[in-house]
Each structure stands twice: as C-alpha cells, then as structure tokens.
Design a protein around this ligand. Structure first.
Ligand SMILES: [Ca+2]
Length: 494
C-alpha cells in the first residue's frame, strides 16, 4: 500500500482530498441542524399512528405552559418536547370546529356554521362529506373515536360508526353530566352504538378506554385515535380527590373547572404511558387542541344553567370567548408532538386553521383527500417541522348570514351584517387583543375584505340550526295561545 501511494503521488492527494471533502460534508450536515428544518435530516414519515386529543371549551390560558395556575404536567411535557401552535384557529363552537376537523372544509359549505346541534336537533353533518376516518380507513388505518361526537345524533346515519370509525365509545350529544353520563334525563353513553350503563367519572372512563385500546392494538397497524374529552365543558363537576387539589381556589366554578382540567391531564398521561408501553410512541403524531375558546358568558357555557356562578375559563390576552368571532373564541390552545420530526420546544407562529389537519394527516398517511369536493385546508407539515415558508395567509373565522370574520395577513375584519350593522378592523400583529377599531381609517382594506367575505358566502348553505329552529318556532307560535304566565316565564329565562 505504501509503495502504491509513494509510486502514485497524485492518487495520495486524491485520497486526502476525498477525506477532506467527506469531513466538510459531515460538518455541513451535522452542524446544520440549527438552520435546517428539523426533519430534513430525518427519514420521511410513513403512515404514523395519530393520536388526536381534543378538549372542550378550554380557555387559551388554562394550561401550565401558558402560565396558568391549573396543573397540566403532561400537556406541558408534550409542549416542551413538541411544538406549541401559537396562532392556531378553530371555529368558535363545538359542532363547526369538529366538522371542520373531520371534513377539512369550512362549515358554511354544509350548513353547520351557526351554533351547535342542540339536544332536540334532528340534523347532522351531511352524509355526503368524506370524513378523515373514512380516508384513513381506506389505506389500512384502524379508526377509533373515544369521546364526544356532537355532529348529529337524532338519526344513526350521523353517528361515528356510520362515518368511518371502526370503534366508538362515549357520548353522541354535546353535553352530559359527568357522573350520570346523561343529558336531560337520557343516558348518552355508548360503545359501538350500544348504550352502556356504568359507574365512573366521564373523563376517567374516556382516558382508561383510550389506554386499553392502545394496549390491545397491533402496533404494525396504523391507528387513528380521536380522543375527544368532554372536559372542561359545563357542568362544572369533578371527583373529590381532584377538587381537593384546588382548595386554594375559593370560587366553586373555577375550582371545579381547574380540577376537571387536571383530571383530563392525568388521563392524557395514562394514554401516553400506554403508547410508550406498546412501543408506539416513536411513530405517533400527537395533536392536542381545545375545540373553541373558553366561554366568557353564562349564555354560552352550555345547556345547563351556570348563570349563578362565575365563568371560570381564561383566554389570556384574547378578547371575548366561545361563540364569538373575536380571538378569544377562535384562537385556541394547541400543540403537536412527534419528537422524531417536530423539533422539541419549538413554537409555530404561522397561522394554522383546524381544516388544515385533514390534508396534513391524509398526506402523512398516504391517503386520498376528498375526491368530490374542494378541501379548504392546507398541508401544514412543512410549518410543523420548522419550515419558514408561509403556508397560510388567510383565516376564516366564520361565514354566517348575520356575521362573518376574515383575516388576511395581519388584518382582521369582524362584520355584523344584520341591522344595525357594524364593521371592525384590527391589526392583529400590533393589537392581538382587538382593542382598536381601524375600520374608519382603512376604508379600502375594509371594502376588499368585505368583498372577499361576500364571495365566500356565495358557497354557503343556509345554517341548519336556523332552518330547524325557525321550523320549530313556527309550529309553536302558530299552533298555541300565549298566556300571561308563559310571557313571564320567557321574560325570566337567562
Ligand atoms: Ca366546545
């Protein structure tokens, strides 16, 4: 070898040069993590397990990692080892948000843009929508919903087992008692469409069921588990052992609400432990979000009467809350975690919308998107893994016949279209709390945003809530006679 190199000096230089070249490449590759998207150095994701955790009516600030006094150690750890999504938007109420997640399409396209499906409601999410579990099932996923549905209950064709979920456990309606699992005296607690009567606190039962499902799952089959807690939606109820942890909070509603969130966090810890135990964690994308902002008015906490106490949710700097098109109703607490691809401790400050998960998750799964209808979501995977390219410039908060809100870049228009109409324009970069209405100073911007809303509204189906409520009201007001006692009752309603 020595002779070879001595006899061929040119070759020796070539070998030295090659060594230097390899060293240079190694320096570039290993030293470049700080500026490269985290996942570029990783292999391409292939059909991950997906654990999608949703809380219900949780305030933006009501997690440890947003500075709350409510203890959420498991969510905090997910945030520390994943990405906080700090400009993440949902719709302002349960039904529209959940529909947007599962369809990837704005709810005004199928009539679910207004309010929630009430307990007496007979309508549901249109059955010609192609839902996320249906798409994932086609490419071999096992699909499961553990928790709240709220996308139609009066007809079984709307139920989750009929909409692509292999397994179902939990309530179909929007709100239940946490101990009796009932709404208006009717038990709303099912496993695979069969009513289940059992003891236990709803949050604990959901967590235990999700953990058991993971423990019995074959890790070689991709799993989509939609874990939709009812917590911390009203009624504000928690077991004594959790209430005892918040003796320092004197207000009963806030104390129970804090206890409900910590009980949920404990269950999330159990579910994560099950993923670890089953060896699935490394190949699981975990998402957590609240379905809408925390309520700031007793009128929107739900169907139970909470008017006697304080409203416990805290949306931090954001204006108003649930049911409102202001940021407090729509910019929700959210995170994504998958340490193999998503940089631990990162913060995604790009705007993201709940409709974005549909194309993002179907793309990761190698599944087909909706074959028949336009999807509004965008694939935000590059943003989640630290890419700097802006994916989304526009946020649709809601398009309803009587109100709408749209964000383009930093500018947001909130428009009440019924008389007396009202237009508000905010610069969210400078004024995230929406305190200064700039509509009078920027008439051209207002006109442009209004025009865009008008154009979007042409694709809207009339809200099914209004259609059904008007029908019900008509049958009452044209078929009975009002009495003074009834008038008094109506006047005294909260
Ligand atoms: Ca909700």
């Amino acid at each position: 070898m020595k002779f070879f190199l001595t006899a061929m000096p040119g070759k020796r230089w070539m070998i030295r040069g090659l060594g230097l070249f390899i060293a240079l490449i190694l320096v570039l590759v290993l030293g470049s993590r700080s500026w490269m998207p985290f996942a570029v150095a990783q292999s391409k994701p292939v059909r991950p397990h997906i654990l999608y955790i949703m809380s219900d009516d949780q305030g933006w600030k009501d997690v440890g990692f947003h500075g709350s006094d409510i203890k959420t150690p498991n969510l905090d750890r997910l945030a520390q080892t994943g990405a906080r999504l700090e400009q993440y938007y949902a719709h302002p109420m349960c039904t529209p948000s959940r529909a947007a997640l599962l369809t990837g399409r704005y709810p005004h396209r199928y009539g679910l843009q207004t309010a929630v499906i009430p307990s007496a409601g007979t309508y549901g999410l249109a059955t010609d929508e192609w839902l996320l579990p249906q798409a994932l099932k086609e490419v071999g996923y096992k699909t499961a919903i553990v928790g709240k549905w709220h996308l139609g209950h009066a007809d079984r064709k709307y139920w989750p087992r009929q909409r692509g979920f292999d397994y179902q456990y939990g309530p179909i309606l929007g709100e239940i008692d946490y101990f009796t699992h009932s709404a208006h005296g009717t038990v709303d607690w099912y496993r695979n469409n069969q009513i289940v009567k059992e003891e236990g606190y709803a949050t604990s039962l959901l967590g235990q069921d999700a953990a058991q499902l993971i423990q019995s799952h074959d890790p070689n089959t991709p799993l989509f588990l939609y874990l939709a807690f009812t917590a911390p939606h009203a009624p504000y109820q928690a077991p004594p052992e959790y209430l005892d942890r918040y003796k320092s909070i004197s207000d009963p509603n806030r104390r129970a609400y804090a206890a409900m969130i910590t009980a949920m966090d404990d269950q999330i810890g159990q579910v994560l432990a099950a993923l670890d135990k089953r060896g699935m964690r490394d190949n699981t994308l975990i998402v957590f979000q609240s379905d809408n902002g925390g309520p700031r008015s007793a009128k929107v906490t739900g169907e139970v009467d909470t008017s006697g106490g304080t409203i416990p949710a805290d949306n931090g700097p954001y204006r108003d809350g649930k049911a409102s098109l202001f940021e407090g109703g729509t910019r929700v607490v959210a995170l994504a975690n998958w340490s193999k691809y998503i940089k631990p401790g990162s913060v995604v400050n790009q705007p993201m919308h709940i409709v974005d998960w549909y194309p993002t998750l179907t793309s990761l799964a190698g599944a087909k998107s909706n074959p028949n209808k336009p999807v509004d979501g965008l694939n935000v995977w590059p943003a989640l893994i630290g890419g700097k390219i802006a994916i989304r410039n526009e946020i649709v908060y809601g398009i309803e016949p009587f109100r709408a809100a749209l964000r383009q870049g930093d500018w947001k228009l909130v428009w009440r279209t019924i008389l007396p109409s009202q237009v508000q324009l905010f610069n969210l970069a400078k004024d995230p709390s929406e305190q200064t209405n700039l509509a009078d100073q920027q008439p051209e911007r207002v006109a442009k945003l209004k025009q865009q809303i008008e154009e979007m509204s042409r694709d809207a189906v009339p809200p099914l809530f209004i259609k059904e409520a008007a029908g019900a009201a008509k049958s009452i007001i044209f078929s009975s006679v009002a009495t003074p006692a009834e008038a008094e009752e109506v006047k005294n309603q909260p």
